[in-house]
Design a protein around this ligand. Structure first.
Ligand code: C2E
Ligand code: CA
Ligand code: CA
Length: 644
């Protein structure tokens, strides 16, 4: 149907240029016929003037008034009109010529010549519309050829036959032309259709590239572009732009429990809710997985920020219907407002991410707005990272030691190495802080190996009955061949392995028990002592005691903190001491800060004690001096502690 319409429109357009020629040819030949039969060209009322007037009018009409059209109906109507007129003209011309032939037999050849030229000219003029082009041939051409054939004389018969053949050939050519024309138009239509399809596909691809396939929201690429454009333009009238990043809490569990289709439904539903709520003022995007983002380029007031923060969490907490069930998840949300420090879209994202992290850390299902203290903490963290990665941190770090005493003998048996970093740029950085950062950066093994090397250098000055206790990091144990590397470092200091104890925290085991256990067994096999640190502060502690064997277990400092005031805490500590002994390990009471705590630890059966009241972490020299281990008589703080 579409093809047919296209054909009609094209035929009309081509004919618009050709039709005047058709009328001109017919007019010239009509005048020729008229003059050949002795007529006066300017007679007012004759068939010629009537015919001529009609032809002239049509010619002018097609040249001046017939406008191009894209409307199928108009084109079809004009074509029909044109065909009817041509047929009428053909019949009129034919009748006129036939009567002239009867009237002027002596002029018959000239009349026939003009008439046939008119018929052929008209057919040619209509060649863009081959079916219509047949009309002048059928109405005028063939009857005249037959008329010639019927005339007397051989020559007339021959010319008649020849004319029929020529007209037949012309008719055949018109048919061929018609088919070729149809094919050409079909080809052009198909080409046009292909072109349209390609343009549509390209538009779709551009749209897809900006769209998240599952939810139909904008994707990360589109969001980043939008933020980049806006940050370049600067904050809008409502203050800085606001970016929220939220992720679903409990999504993974729902996905695991009910399958991916359920997970997809949760994501789609949450996307729809966000879109419905915020799309009129903000760009809502899915960043990937269960992470979504909302960007208000024109900013929000303080109250509005609070409102949207809670609204996002609220929208996620509404149950999602799926397969007759109600699935429940939640969302935490981090928000940030572009300020003078938001120099790039990656910084903007980082702030929102940091706020989300904080929201999750405090209480899931809540929101948090990135603020100045957080900015300062992030700056500090970034500086720490820079110094660690550049190697300056390792150069500036040193090790202090804190003695661990045997309760029974009162003598120091271990000294725990504790890292210190007094940075000229950042001041004192606590080991808890930089160790965690180095772990995240994946450089903890290098850093800790460096610290071990520094600690071992000090051990060379110690009496042989004082061993080093060194903290290993969770991540460090996760690396393969870490045990061998540690052994090699100790070997390089020519120390027997019995003089080194490695402390490992519960959390380290929690990360990858299988691998950590393998490395620990290797260390144990090399002759080192292994201690479980911070026991009682994490989870699943007891199961480790059955799977791994430790020579020493250090009870977490928090267990000692309120042991004096709290009877239940005392009972728990007592139970844990028994547990350590049952596991075949000696136990250390950490964080002994008062003489009473020490006495209690001793009374409960702890084998070793460590804490500020017995010896604060200090340099190797100062520790040896305090302990009277630089060569003079040994001084044990335990004697003093018991007397206090
Ligand atoms: P940790 O292994 O539990 O170390 C004991 C922490 O308790 C030390 O803090 C120490 O200074 C502190 N402490 C000692 N006695 C007392 C006391 O009586 N009361 C109180 N409140 N605290 C006491 P520090 O030096 O800040 O180290 C913190 C943590 O950083 C360590 O906990 C350890 O996990 C880690 N760490 C320290 N140095 C290194 C190191 O060289 N390598 C690795 N991997 N971790 C280290
Ligand atoms: Ca420790
Ligand atoms: Ca500890």
């Amino acid at each position: 149907m579409r093809e047919q319409r296209e054909q009609v429109l094209r035929t009309f357009e081509n004919l618009r240029k050709q039709i005047p020629l058709l009328y001109a040819v017919t007019l010239v030949n009509a005048v020729g016929v008229h003059l050949a039969t002795g007529g006066n060209a300017f007679e007012w009322f004759s068939p010629l003037t009537l015919l001529g007037a009609l032809l002239l009018w049509r010619m002018i009409f097609w040249i001046v008034f017939q406008r191009p059209t894209h409307e199928f109906r108009v084109a079809r109507r004009e074509l029909v009109k044109m065909v009817c007129f041509t047929a009428l003209l053909g019949v009129g011309f034919s009748l006129w010529v036939q009567s002239l032939l009867t009237q002027y037999p002596d002029k018959s050849l000239t009349i026939l010549l003009y008439s046939l030229l008119a018929a052929l000219g008209a057919a040619y003029g209509l060649s863009s519309f081959p079916r219509a082009a047949l009309l002048p041939l059928i109405i005028m051409g063939f009857p005249l050829a037959v008329r010639v054939f019927l005339m007397e004389g051989h020559a007339a018969k021959g010319i008649g036959v020849s004319l029929v053949l020529v007209l037949g050939l012309f008719t055949w050519l018109l048919q061929v032309h018609s088919r070729a024309l149809t094919g050409l138009v079909s080809g052009q239509i198909a080409l046009g259709r292909e072109r349209n399809r390609a343009v549509a596909a390209e538009l779709e691809a551009v749209k897809r590239a900006d769209e998240d396939a599952l939810t139909g929201l904008a994707n990360r690429g589109r969001l980043v572009r939008e933020i980049r454009d806006h940050l370049v333009r600067g904050p809008g009238p409502g203050g800085g732009s606001v970016l929220a990043i939220c992720d679903l809490d409990g999504f993974k569990s729902a996905n695991d429990a009910f399958g991916h289709a359920a997970g997809d439904q949760i994501l789609k539903e949450f996307a729809t809710r966000l879109q419905r709520e915020f799309a009129d003022r903000a760009l809502v995007a899915r960043l990937g997985g269960d992470e979504f983002s909302i960007f208000w380029k024109d900013g929000l007031s303080g109250d509005q920020i609070e409102e949207v923060g809670s609204r996002v969490c609220e929208l996620a907490s509404k149950p999602v219907a799926w397969d007759g069930k109600e699935l429940s998840v939640g969302a935490s949300c981090g928000l940030t407002e572009a300020g003078p420090y938001t120099s790039s879209e990656s910084e903007f994202f980082r702030q929102a991410d940091s706020a989300l992290y904080k929201a999750k850390a405090s209480l899931r299902g809540h929101w948090h707005l990135y603020d100045q203290p957080q900015f300062e903490a992030d700056q500090r963290r970034a500086n720490i990272e820079k110094l660690i990665l550049s190697g300056s941190a390792a150069e500036q770090m040193y090790v202090v030691f804190q003695p661990i005493f045997c309760v029974e003998t009162g003598q120091p048996v271990f000294a725990e190495a504790l890292a210190r970093w007094d940075s000229p740029d950042l001041g004192l950085v606590a080991p808890d802080e930089f160790i965690r950062i180095a772990e995240k950066l994946g450089v903890i093994d290098r850093l800790n190996e460096d610290l071990l090397d520094k600690a071992l250098t000090s051990v060379a000055d110690w009496p042989t009955n004082l061993a080093l206790s060194f903290n290993l990091s969770a991540m460090q144990l996760g690396r393969s061949a870490s045990a061998e590397r540690i052994r090699d470092i100790v070997r390089a200091h020519s120390l027997p392995p019995e003089r080194v104890q490695f402390e490992i925290t519960e959390t380290a085991l929690l990360t990858d028990l299988e691998h950590a256990a393998k490395e620990l067994k290797k260390l144990s096999g090399f002759g080192f002592t292994i201690a479980l640190d911070d026991f009682g502060s994490g989870y699943a502690s007891v199961s480790y005691l059955t799977e791994l064997s430790f020579e020493t277990i250090k009870l977490d400092g928090s267990l000692i903190d309120n042991v004096l005031e709290n009877e239940r805490a005392r009972q728990i500590l007592l139970g844990l001491v028994d547990l350590c002994h049952a596991a075949g390990a000696q136990c250390v009471a950490e964080h002994i800060e008062t003489a009473d705590q020490y006495r209690l630890a001793r009374a409960m059966g702890c084998d070793f004690v460590q804490g500020f009241c017995l010896g604060k972490p200090t340099t190797s020299e100062k520790m040896l001096e305090a302990l009277g281990l630089e060569g003079g008589p040994s001084r044990s703080p335990l004697g003093r502690a018991t007397k206090d």
